[in-house]
Design a protein. Sequence first.
Length: 362
Amino acid sequence: MSDKDYMKYTPQEFKNKTPKELGFFFPAEFYPHKSTWLSWPHKELSWPGKIEKIYEPYAKFIAELSKGEEVNINVGSIEMKEFAMGYIEKTNADLDKINFYIHPTNDAWCRDHGPAFVINPNSLEHKKALVNWNYNAWGNKYPPYDLDNEIPLHIAKEERLPIFNPGIVMEGGSVEFNGKGTVLTSTSCLLNINRNPHLTQEEIEEYLKNYYGVEQVLWVDEGIVGDDTDGHIDDTVRFVNENTVLAVVETNKDDENYELLQHNLKQLKAMKFLNGTPLNVIELPMPEPVYFDGCRLPASYANFYIANKSVIVPIFNCKNDEIALTIIKKCFPDRNVIGIDSTDIIWGLGSFHCLSQQEPAI
């Protein structure tokens, strides 16, 4: 895509200043949505021998989203759109809220390759913009990713939104926001040399503050076993309101996640917001281990997605499903908390949060 295609809606001041300087910030996921963006799954290698089994739960996810917001789906062709509709039409989805865009992708993980929308409610002209982070498929693990890297530019052009270009690698699953100036992330991911080896921790914090419009960066160290993203925060710690987080814990001391998650929990309990108040930490259990071909998969109840009317939670047909759903329901009394079987989807090493990216309403 040429520069003029996606830069023509970007005023000069956006090219010279950061979102924070212009009053933009990245709202929390529980902020009202205009829509959710998805990229229809089509890469067989992401679900080896399983891709045909993920479409039914994926379509159920879409149907649940459509009860409260628009659902925008990136597809590679008209044929892919028709294939997708074949599954969606079998659900109770509100078809009037389902929109397709011919935006070819390499893979389905829209949380990471999709647009990062920032808002400025006080702006008279530009209330929404898009941050175009670079994307390298979690440290160049799964090339090619050239089509995925173009998705934010396609959407900026589609919606005629101004864009900011930080020029560094960042993934949506690596950051978690409370909408009031704080972002949570992990050292195992953002300080990994396969992302931005030329940047120090302090320099990465400056990018987070300037381009997400936050004041404070809080770090945990660890991700869960089997997470090929090097420890995305959306599998371990999630904000449910501006001062409360759900933190996954493993109760089995013999499990390989036990010490990792206890370490994170200790860090979280020692953290404070800028006003000096501690984080309110609620523990969320891990599911029983899920394996594929002898390898531990990153199954986690924390990979839920907060939609306008629902919270969609991955479940895994184990005894902890109901425990986790009960805990999450208490955190979201104004939303329906829905569990959808993710046993097949997790073979792709991610679930509903990894597959989606919210667009705020403003």
